[in-house]
Design a protein around this ligand. Structure first.
Ligand code: FAD
Length: 647
């Protein structure tokens, strides 16, 4: 309940004060700074791995805050949420306790690119997250503001020893994970006004940003924004097209057997369009808007309304009206992020049909912030420069809750591993989207907010949401990140899948025989076909199989979820050989390292344009070079030849 949560929160603060004042050796194995999406996952993961963990954040009340959209998932992002879940992370389970509308994307495009997505009740999510964090063994929460990272020198190089808070207190630890999101050196923009703040109502972390610079880290600057929030009862929904929730919702978590809110009680979302009058009203005020005039790069795939009318003035732009919660009086107009003066925002939005009489609960705003160039990180998310210092989330140049949460789990597991002196959990482009994300960031860096897409993964037919547990849970268990409850469920299900797969592959007969048994017409060419193949090619059902299976296997054939999983798996199995070739190719290219000071301009045969791009990005290996936009296969051959000659 809320009361027990607040009692718990007070107890955490007390523990924090006592620890901060009496600290001697270390107060924690791992300190996680920031209670956003990366921080919650990092803290929970480190604690699951058995490390004494402290979550040190501005305010208990903002733990689990969704700073912008009240939704989780999307194309590529849904895959990341499933991978977090496969590593026993928390966000997928919590989404399933707080989702109010499940609307998966790309349903007709195949399981590999299915975008799990749901609208989430903002308050419920936060409440469940605080509950989860509050009840995790080995995890303490301390309220405070970190101003400085403390480092000590040792023979092998510098390593972290703790942090200094704004009130001067020192907290010591073996490892630190920094997940401060958009807060480093942050400024909010509202029309001509600039306010030092990391998020509306929250302080900016100016000193911490300075501490990074003092330690010699290269920082960059990015921007993002959020739309105004509208009172639901001021909207005329009849002017919008309603989109019903999915009839068969797909939960985020492998652990969820049943979602909490049945489809008939879920809420619709609404779609509408801007028009030329909306554009005109906005254009008249563009010159007053500082945020859009700045050079700083914003999110390409989630641009502000200002950016959209500058780039595509002739178009009417789509917007979605999404509920902020089951009982919330507020609506989130997705697609209308803007940072005009509040009265201008109202004037612009009121030109949209159905929104003529709207009132805001808060205006939209923009935010600009420092991020740390992620090429300074290892694949474990530990900084190359300082041992024991890990970074995760938006601080690494990404955007989105899912990207943040995924990095959080990895950094949490690896900080615990570093503290316990065990091996790091390293993921690759060929086993996970999280591996793709980390590889892109650490080998290519980014100069705009990085968002995950399925198109970023070369092995996307293999990296599917349905098999995230088969790809990652065992690996996570090896590193201590997967608890007993999930491990038991996973192993039972994996064993059942193995048994069923074997059974299905063992039943094989010519097509005409299948025709007789299944009473359906199949073209016959005398070839033998297994039940496994029939599953996806001809929609064979487990019910139909029951007739010719032994009694002891029949209970397995009653499991709908397993049937669906095997059907998907079978439909992608033909691709397995091509996948293995791709894996070998990626690994080969990734093993060719490129020195940071390599002179591309002097490489014979490399075009000036390619040399310029490579000098700008400085990829760390050949595989990363191949992903720099504009780098041709011929350019890669030139680089390879150059390296071989130099060796
Ligand atoms: P956050 O969720 O920002 O959490 C940071 C945490 O660190 C907070 O709890 C904060 O209190 C704490 N903290 C910061 N500094 C300190 C310190 N010195 N000491 C102690 N604690 C500290 N994403 C999208 O995908 N699409 C969007 O359209 C979008 N719009 C956004 C608009 C705005 C205005 C903002 C602020 C964010 C937006 N985002 C958007 C980004 C999204 O909110 C983030 O991607 C996500 O929340 C990042 O998670 P995180 O854990 O890295 O950081």
């Amino acid at each position: 309940s809320n009361r027990s949560l607040s009692t718990w929160a007070r107890r955490c603060q007390l523990i924090g004060r006592r620890m901060a004042s009496t600290s001697t050796s270390t107060d924690a194995d791992v300190i996680v700074i920031g209670g956003g999406h990366a921080g919650c996952e990092a803290a929970a993961a480190s604690a699951r791995c058995g490390s004494r963990t402290m979550l040190l954040t501005h305010k208990w009340a903002t733990i689990g805050e969704m700073s912008c959209n009240p939704s989780f998932g999307g194309i590529g992002k849904g895959h990341l949420v499933r991978e977090v879940d496969a590593l026993d992370g928390v966000c997928a389970r919590i989404c399933d306790k707080a989702a109010i509308t499940y609307q998966a994307l790309n349903r007709s495009h195949g399981a590999a690119v299915l975008g799990l997505r749901a609208q989430i009740d903002r308050q419920l999510y936060k409440q469940h997250m605080q509950n989860e964090i509050g009840s995790t063994p080995n995890l303490q929460v301390v309220e405070g503001e970190v101003d400085e990272i403390l480092v000590e020198s040792q023979l092998e190089g510098p390593r972290v020893k703790g942090v200094r808070l704004a009130d001067g207190k020192v907290i010591r630890s073996k490892c630190i994970v920094i997940t401060t999101g958009t807060f480093l050196g942050a400024e909010i923009f509202l029309g001509p006004e600039r306010i030092k703040s990391g998020r509306m109502g929250d302080k900016s972390s100016t000193e911490l940003s300075r501490s990074f610079s003092k330690l010699g880290f290269a920082l960059g600057r990015l921007r993002t924004g959020t739309p105004p929030r509208i009172y639901k009862d001021s909207i005329d929904f009849s002017q919008f097209q309603a989109m019903a929730p999915d009839k068969e919702p797909i939960p985020f978590s492998f652990m969820t057997e049943q979602i909490w809110l049945p489809p008939e009680q879920q809420l619709p979302t609404y779609v509408g369009y801007t028009n030329q009058e909306v554009r005109k009203r906005a254009e008249a005020h563009l010159h007053e808007n500082e945020h859009v005039r700045e050079e700083t790069k914003g999110p390409r795939y989630c641009p502000s309304f200002e950016a959209k009318i500058i780039r595509f003035p002739q178009l009417d732009h789509r917007l979605f009206l999404e509920h902020e919660g089951l009982d919330s009086p507020l609506i989130y107009p997705q697609g209308m992020s803007m940072s005009f003066k509040p009265e201008v925002q109202l004037e612009v939005m009121r030109a949209i049909p159905g929104l003529e009489k709207i009132e805001f609960s808060q205006p939209g705003y923009g935010v600009q912030y420092d991020f740390v160039d992620p090429r300074q990180l290892k694949k474990s998310l530990e900084t190359r420069k300082i041992e024991g210092l890990f970074l995760a989330g938006q601080i690494n140049g990404t955007t989105g809750y899912e990207e943040a949460a995924a990095q959080g789990v990895l950094a949490g597991v690896n900080a615990a591993a570093r503290a316990n002196q065990t091996g790091a959990l390293l993921l690759s482009r060929t086993n996970s989207y999280l591996g793709v994300l980390v590889d892109d960031l650490t080998s290519l860096g980014t100069n705009e907010p990085y968002r995950m897409f399925t198109s970023r993964a070369e092995c996307r037919l293999h990296l599917r949401p349905d098999n995230a547990d088969l790809r990652l849970t065992q690996l996570g268990r090896k590193h201590g990140a997967v608890g007993d409850v999930r491990w038991k469920k996973f192993t039972e299900e994996a064993q059942d899948l193995d048994k069923l797969r074997e059974l299905l592959k063992g039943i094989s007969m010519p097509r005409n025989k299948w025709t007789n048994i299944l009473k359906r017409e199949f073209k016959s060419n005398g070839k033998y076909v297994s039940a496994y193949e029939m599953l996806h090619r001809h929609s064979l059902t487990f019910e139909e199989l029951k007739g010719f299976c032994q009694e002891e296997t029949k209970p397995l054939l009653g499991k709908k979820k397993l049937e669906e999983r095997l059907r998907i798996e079978a439909s992608y199995s033909l691709n397995h050989e091509r996948h293995m070739q791709k894996v070998a190719e990626i690994e080969r290219e990734a093993s060719v390292e490129l020195a940071e000071d390599i002179n591309y301009r002097q490489m014979e045969g490399l075009s000036e344009e390619c040399a310029e791009k490579l000098c700008e990005v400085r990829p760390l290996n050949l595989a990363a070079a191949s992903r720099v936009p504009g780098i041709t296969p011929e350019a890669l051959v030139v680089i390879l030849r150059h390296i071989r000659r130099a060796a």
